[in-house]
Write a protein that binds this ligand. Structure first.
Ligand code: ATP
Length: 287
């Protein structure tokens, strides 16, 4: 086997809470992570020439150590003393810097593919242990599906699956700095925290409507005042049939949950005609 390909799914946060800011500057989070069927594609090919050669369809993305894919491949090549080279083609479809863990899922998939291509024999757990050294979300992206993420994002537990639904993604063209959002997040006795445990109870009962009513993301308290367009997109989804709508991660991506594909397609067209240029996409959950 000289070549392998793998799909790297995006994630959304069905719920996102920040419990506290740690002394070391990291934040303790409690998040419900869900993979969706929006994928980047990685193709890895062995080369006789040593080294890592990364190519991507997005010209503005780095193809050196600044790309998480490069770093994740290098981590395994160094540890296992791999003498051959690898050519990596990264086809990106997940919007960049959007709150959908694009870079982390690429790195996770690169590690899974390297494990296959060079027959390293590492278990998922062993890959997750290595992945966390590059980014807190990488272990989840190796695991995929529905999971509760705690600590700084590295403590993962299995929870009941999100009920079947359609997901409308709308990513406006402006960028949001994750650092800005976390720096400006106010956590005090007045802070209202999302009820993550309540959401998990709804998932246990397979109650999509109940879950959608509880969905919340504490980071909206920072991102929405800075970018009120996000509230407009949420409103557009809710007025056009969504059972719930929320910002994912630190934004700016907004997603809507629908129980009907036609309703999701209709809302997609409505979001497309909003004054801000939005990437819009209807998909479903990746199990
Ligand atoms: P998260 O949801 O984990 O906060 P995100 O979806 O907001 O992540 P990414 O798409 O991962 O953000 O991109 C964040 C930054 O990481 C970009 O500015 C980009 O230059 C850099 N980056 C490094 N590697 C990649 C990659 N493979 N794909 C996308 N961005 C990458």
């Amino acid at each position: 086997m000289d070549s392998v390909w793998i799909n790297a799914p995006a994630k959304i946060n069905i719920g996102l809470d920040v419990l506290r800011r740690r002394e070391d500057g990291y934040h303790e989070v409690k998040m419900i992570m869900q993979s969706i069927r929006l994928f980047d594609r990685l193709t890895l090919t062995k080369t006789s020439e040593a080294g890592i050669h990364l190519h991507t369809n997005l010209r503005f993305l780095p193809v050196n150590e600044d790309n998480l894919v490069y770093r994740s491949a290098k981590l395994l090549m160094d540890e296992f003393g791999i003498q051959e080279g690898v050519d990596i083609r990264l086809d990106k479809r997940i919007p960049v810097a959007a709150g959908m863990a694009g870079g982390s899922t690429d790195a996770a998939s690169c590690m899974l593919a390297m494990n296959d291509l060079f027959q390293l024999g590492l278990s998922k757990r062993a890959l997750m242990k290595r992945g966390v050294t590059l980014g807190a979300d990488i272990p989840y992206c190796i695991l995929k599906g529905t999971a509760l993420s705690e600590g700084i994002g590295e403590k993962l537990s299995t929870i009941p699956e999100t009920p079947d639904c359609y997901v409308l993604i709308a990513k406006p063209s402006f960028h949001v700095s994750t650092k800005f959002v976390y720096t400006n997040l106010v956590l005090d006795e007045h802070t209202e925290h999302p009820d993550i445990d309540g959401m998990i109870q709804s998932m246990k009962k397979n109650d999509l409507t109940g879950l959608c009513q509880q969905m919340a993301n504490i980071l909206e308290t920072v991102t929405i005042p800075a970018h009120p367009e996000i509230a407009d997109i949420k409103r557009c989804m809710m007025e056009n049939g969504a059972l719930g709508s929320l910002m994912s991660g630190s934004g700016p991506t907004v997603f809507g949950i629908f129980d009907d594909l036609d309703k999701a397609a209709f809302a997609k067209e409505k979001c497309r005609s909003l004054p801000y240029k939005c990437f819009v996409f209807v998909t479903d959950l990746y199990r």
